[in-house]
Structure formats: structure tokens, C-alpha cells
Design a protein around this ligand. Structure first.
Ligand code: NAD
Length: 337
């Protein structure tokens, strides 16, 4: 039985606690939050859990095997580092840190101390995303030519990170998971409509060595919630609408071919089908992966190295925004400083 301590019981922390409490292979022993109101809620919901105000009581407790960090982004690095140095396995919320330098350090610490480092890129555990991956891996979609995502709503303005670190991080994790090719360069623009200069709208264009392109539109200032990804392959095209309650994935037998002789395009518009996928809760799948990885020593699906690849792109995108949309080339090896 693994003993778990959770730091941060704000908006997202309770979802993690609920999932770890319902997993029979672990026991949530402690939850920490700086806010006394949140601690009152912990005690009400989980009377047997020890609710504490500071992270040190969890990290310094030799009886705790794994620490879960669900605090704001700017705190991830210091808390995860402290926990790894104390010999704990770590599950940290997305994004792993707010800088590549710090992400590299955490990945190396986890390796050095042989501890599991899992980053909550929740979509990697989502049935719909895994169904799309299965279709792509089987070759049903053909070569992927484009990935076009829009993730906008009237979102909570974060105080310590821009919209790309909050929202585009999801699209980047899905893109990296589905497409077996690293991003070559990023062109990004964004704007802040508040006094703190933190972008609330951003557009990212990602280029690859191959003839492939990706675009991500992120915003906290949309009147409607849209979570839609279009994936175009040489054989079929996919529309993944995460706001749809059940029919989230539609596969279009749609395509085009160039006529050999003339510079004309022939279109093919065929059937549309709606594949079934595993409906289990993504966080429950993530919880199982974390525990299984600790018990077996296997690397989790959403490991630190994958998180680092995503941070590498985010940092490139932030640099491009700062340089007014200048193309920023990324090093193939994300661990390159
Ligand atoms: N994976 C997802 O889909 C998803 C969804 C939402 C949020 N998140 C991530 O979860 C993290 C937290 O986001 P949130 O929306 O829950 O934030 P939040 O502000 O609602 O909650 C954070 C909580 O952490 C507490 N806290 C901060 N520092 C602490 C410390 N040192 N010790 C103890 N408690 C501390 C705060 O008091 C607060 O209650 C962020 O990294 C965010 O990106 C992930």
C-alpha cells in the first residue's frame, strides 16, 4: 500500500484526491493547503486524512511514498525538487515548470534518485485521444498533414502564467503524443488585455521537418467554450470535439488527390463514422499509471521527458511572442540547454 500526500486543494487538487482515495493500491494520508478554508473542506470530505497547512509536513514525513503537487505553476519547480530530494515519487500538475531549465533539472533529479516523475498531461489518459492514436498508429488516417486546434472559453485569468502555459500545453501534449515527429520551429503571436502583460490570447504555428503543420488557438476571452481539434491525414480526416458529450470523434473518409497531368485537385467525400472509445475517467487512468509505475519501476506514459518536450515548445513560443512572431527554431534534443 503506497502512502500519498497531496499539496494543493484548490480547484484541481480535489479531483486528484478523489481519484487516489478510490484506488485500492494507495492511501491518501495527508493533504496540505495554505488556505485554512480549503483545509476545513478536506476535513469535512475526508475525516481520516491529516489536513496540514505546510508542504514540509508532507515532504519531511518518512511515511509518505509519493507527493502530488496541485499548486499554481510558479510553485511546481521548488516543491517537486524538494520532494525528489527527499526521496519521494512525484506527480506534478501541468505544466511541469515555467521554464525549460527547471524542467531539465527535475527530469535529471528523478533519473538520479530513480524516482517516478509523472506530469498530469491528462489528455494522454483520455479514451478519445487514445482512440485517435490507435487509428493513426494503425495507418487508417494515412500520413498526418495538419493538426489544427482551438481551445477557447471565458477562462480564469492566471496570475503567474500566460494562456499558452495554461491551455496550449494541452494541445501540445496531444500533438506530441499523436505525431511521431518533433516540432522544428514555432511562430507565435499573442496579446495581453490586462495590466500585467500576461497574454490572454495566443496563436501558435508549429513547423516540422516533414511537410506537416500544426496550429493552436488559445484564449481565456471567448464567449463560448470550444475544444476542437482537426487532424488531416492523406487517407482520412478526424474532428475531435471534446465538448460533445458522447460523439466526440468523427472520422471523415474525405480526401483529395492531385491529377497527374494537370495541376488540378480531385476531391473524395465519403462516409463519416463515429468510433466508440473507452469512457473511463482520464484521471483514474492516470492514477493507475502513477501507482503501476512506482510499483514496477516502468516509465509512466506522461513522464518527465515528455513534459520537457512540451516545455521546450512553450518556451520557444513565449520567445516568439516576445519577438513579435519571429520564427524560433527548437533544438531537437529538449534537454539541450
Ligand atoms: N490537468 C488539468 O486538466 C488541470 C486542470 C486545472 C488545473 N490544472 C493545474 O493544477 C494546478 C493548480 O491549479 P488550480 O486551478 O487548482 O489552482 P488553485 O489556485 O485553485 O489551487 C491551488 C491551491 O494550492 C494552494 N497552495 C499554493 N501553494 C501552496 C503550498 N506551498 N503549500 C500548500 N498549499 C499551497 C493554494 O492555497 C490553493 O488552494 C496548476 O498547475 C494548473 O495548471 C490542471
Amino acid at each position: 500500500m503506497l502512502n500519498i500526500g497531496v499539496i494543493g486543494f484548490g480547484y484541481w487538487g480535489p479531483n486528484l484526491v478523489r481519484n487516489f482515495v478510490s484506488n485500492e493500491k494507495c492511501s491518501v494520508k495527508m493533504v496540505a493547503d495554505k488556505n485554512p478554508e480549503r483545509l476545513k473542506l478536506v476535513k469535512k470530505l475526508y475525516p481520516s486524512v491529516n489536513a496540514v497547512s505546510g508542504e514540509d509536513k508532507i515532504i519531511g514525513n518518512p511515511g509518505i511514498d509519493a507527493v502530488i503537487i496541485a499548486t499554481p505553476i510558479s510553485t511546481h519547480y521548488a516543491l517537486a525538487k524538494k520532494a525528489l530530494l527527499a526521496g519521494k515519487h512525484v506527480l506534478v500538475e501541468k505544466p511541469i515548470t515555467n521554464s525549460k531549465k527547471h524542467a531539465i533539472e527535475l527530469v535529471r533529479l528523478a533519473r538520479k534518485y530513480k524516482k517516478i516523475l509523472l506530469v498530469d498531461h491528462i489528455f494522454l489518459y483520455h479514451g478519445a485521444v487514445n482512440k485517435i492514436k490507435e487509428l493513426i498508429d494503425k495507418g487508417d488516417i494515412g500520413e498526418i498533414e495538419y493538426f489544427d486546434s482551438i481551445r477557447v472559453n471565458l477562462g480564469l485569468f492566471q496570475q503567474d502564467s500566460s494562456v499558452i502555459w495554461d491551455l496550449a500545453v494541452h494541445d501540445l501534449s496531444i500533438l506530441d503524443y499523436l505525431i511521431n515527429e518533433k516540432v522544428k520551429s514555432v511562430i507565435a503571436t499573442g496579446i495581453s488585455h490586462t495590466k500585467n502583460s500576461i497574454e490572454n490570447i495566443a496563436y501558435l504555428t508549429l513547423k516540422f521537418k516533414s511537410n506537416r503543420i500544426a496550429h493552436i488557438n488559445s484564449s481565456w476571452t471567448s464567449p463560448v467554450k470550444i475544444r476542437q481539434i482537426l487532424i488531416g491525414g492523406t487517407k482520412k480526416m478526424i474532428v475531435y470535439n471534446d465538448v460533445e458529450p458522447t460523439e466526440k470523434i468523427k472520422v471523415y473518409d474525405t480526401g483529395y488527390t492531385m491529377q497527374r497531368e494537370k495541376a488540378l485537385v480531385d476531391y473524395r467525400i465519403g462516409d463519416v463514422y463515429i468510433p466508440k472509445f473507452d469512457q473511463s475517467e482520464a484521471l483514474a487512468n492516470l492514477t493507475k499509471d502513477f501507482i503501476r509505475s512506482i510499483l514496477t519501476g516502468a516509465s509512466p506514459v506522461s513522464n518527465g521527458e515528455r513534459a520537457l518536450t512540451i516545455i521546450n515548445i512553450l518556451e520557444g513560443a513565449q520567445a516568439s511572442i516576445k519577438a513579435n512572431g519571429k520564427e524560433v527554431f527548437l533544438h531537437e534534443n529538449a534537454e539541450h540547454k
